[in-house]
Design a protein. Sequence first.
Length: 265
Amino acid sequence: MAEVPLLELIGLNKTYENGFRAVKDVSYRIGSGLLVGLIGPNGCGKTTMMKCINRMHSITSGDVLIDGENITRSTHAEMAKKISNVPAELKTSFGLTVLDTVMMGRYPHISTLWWESQEDEAIVDDAMKKFGVDHLAGRLLHTLSSGERQRVLIAKAYVQEPRLMLVDEPTSHLDMKYKLEVMEYLQYMVKKDMTIFVAEHDISLMARYCDLCIIMKKGEIVKIGPPKEVITSELIEEVYGVNASVGFDQDGELYIIPKRFRSKH
C-alpha cells in the first residue's frame, strides 16, 4: 500500500474575480521531513498557492489534502493544528510583547477557556530559547529589528506543532548574516513528522538549504526536484528570462550569478 503523503495537491486552480488565473492545474505530492523551496518571479503564484493550502484563499477547483484528508473537511481549529503560517510582513502587532506573540501559537492546543497550562508555558519557553528570543520576552514586537521579529514569528509557528509550516519570504528585509541565520533555524526545525515550505527570491539560498525545490512560472509548475539537479542556467533563462552562470563552489554548494536580462524586443 502506497504511503500517504503529508501534502497532496490535485488539479489546484485559483482564479480571481477579475478573471486572472493565479494558479493553474497544479498537482504534486510532498512527504514529511523536508525543507521545500518555492521559487519563481513575482506574480508566479507562490504566495497564492500557499494561501490556498492554508485556506486563506478559497480554491476555484481542485483539492488540497493533508495526511490524505481534504482541508475543506477540517475546521479552522483542526487546520491550525496541521498548518502554521509565517507571513512576509506582520501588518500590526496590537502592542503585543514577544512572549504574548509566541504564546498565541499555542491557542489551537489550549483546552481551558482562559489560561495556558504549564505544558504550554514550557513549550513556549523552550522555543524562545531555541530561537534566541527568550531575552526579548517583555519587549514589544514592533520595537524589534527585522531579524529578531522574524525569529519571533517562526517561534510562534513552531509552538503550534504543525505538520506543515508555510513561510513567505522570510529573508526579504534581512542582511546576509540574518538571512543565513533564519535559514539555519528553518533547516533545524524540519523533522520527520513536519515539512516546511519557504517562498523565497534568493535562489542560491534555496539551493544551499532546501531538500526540494518547486519552480513556478505564470501559475504553473515548471520543475520539482532536488535543487542541485533542477536548477540550471537553462531553467533560470526559461523562468526569469535572465542569462546566468550556474555552478558549484569548492564545497560543492550550488551558486547562481545573474549576467544580463534577455529582452524579447
